[in-house]
Design a protein around this ligand. Structure first.
Ligand code: NAP
Length: 252
């Protein structure tokens, strides 16, 4: 699967070609997985506003329809399809749909994650580890997290840490094909996924102590960073993990 996706990626980012507007993504085709809500949707908006054709997807058709309608209302060129990233046939369909519609892929934002377990890592079962599966679902630009391990979210944190290694391992391999690989590691961002954290005042107050910017982040603040990394403005950035945390002290 990985090889087939990367074979489809059109390349030019590492080669150093520059255009008039380096932030423009006009004419580029971007697949963003898990993109009908939260950070994925914000990334689709940010890429779309810079002129990219965006392909949004998630598991539920109703969510896909809603996201497509929203993006269309913002004059963004968008196609939507269902895709559960845990299913190989869905990932194949996503790529096929994109190639059928646009003839190529320029940008891949691998954004999906699961967190099936909350508790002491020593109590996690094999099923939990199967579910968070440390297996790449199309890594080109990952949204990883958290920049430091969160108590009670052990398996999730480990799965994200694996993406840091994957970024490092893929970078030299794919640079030969003029493909850049970067990773974004958000702090706590206000989405449905993290609502158990930011809806709990006690947890928020505790987190704020670690932040320089004393508030929870918004999805758009991550979406813009993703769009920057996908643009020619970032043409000499590869193999990096960019944290978007409001200044949370962290060691990657
Ligand atoms: N929010 C944070 O504080 C935070 C911090 C660090 C990292 N992250 C990372 O950011 C990414 C996005 O999280 P988020 O906070 O934006 O989540 P979110 O707002 O809850 O959105 C999740 C999106 O993923 C889709 N989705 C869920 N499971 C999927 C699957 N198996 N296959 C395809 N799509 C799926 C959902 O739609 P359907 O229900 O229709 O599938 C929805 O569109 C995740 O990788 C997460 O680990 C989030």
């Amino acid at each position: 699967m990985l090889r087939s996706v990367f074979r489809c990626l059109r390349t030019n980012s590492v080669a150093g070609q520059r255009s008039m507007s380096q932030s423009s993504l006009a004419g580029k085709v971007a697949i963003i997985t898990a993109s009908t809500d939260g950070i994925g949707l914000a990334a689709a908006q940010a890429l779309g506003k810079r002129g990219a054709h965006v392909v949004v997807s998630s598991r539920r058709q109703a969510n896909v329809d809603q996201a497509v309608a929203l993006l269309q209302s913002q004059k963004i060129q968008v196609t939507g399809t269902t895709c559960n990233v845990g299913k190989g046939e869905d990932r194949e369909k996503l790529v096929r749909t994109t190639l059928g519609q646009y003839g190529g892929i320029d940008i891949l934002v691998s954004n999906a994650a699961v967190n099936p377990f909350f508790g002491n890592i020593m109590d996690s079962t094999e099923e939990v580890w199967d579910k968070v599966h440390i297996k790449p679902a199309n890594p080109t630009l990952h949204v990883a997290s958290p920049p430091r391990s969160l108590q009670a979210l052990g398996p999730y944190s480990v799965s994200k840490t694996a993406l840091l290694g994957l970024t490092q391992a893929l970078t030299p391999e794919l640079a030969q094909s003029n493909i850049r690989v970067n990773c974004v590691a958000p702090g706590i961002i206000r989405t449905r996924f993290s609502s158990a954290l930011w809806q709990n005042e006690g947890i928020v107050e505790e987190f704020k102590k670690q932040l320089s910017i004393k508030r929870i982040g918004e999805p758009e603040e991550v979406g813009g960073v993703i769009a920057f990394l996908c643009s020619e403005e970032a043409s000499y950035i590869t193999g990096e993990t960019i944290t978007v945390t409001g200044g949370m002290a962290c060691r990657l």
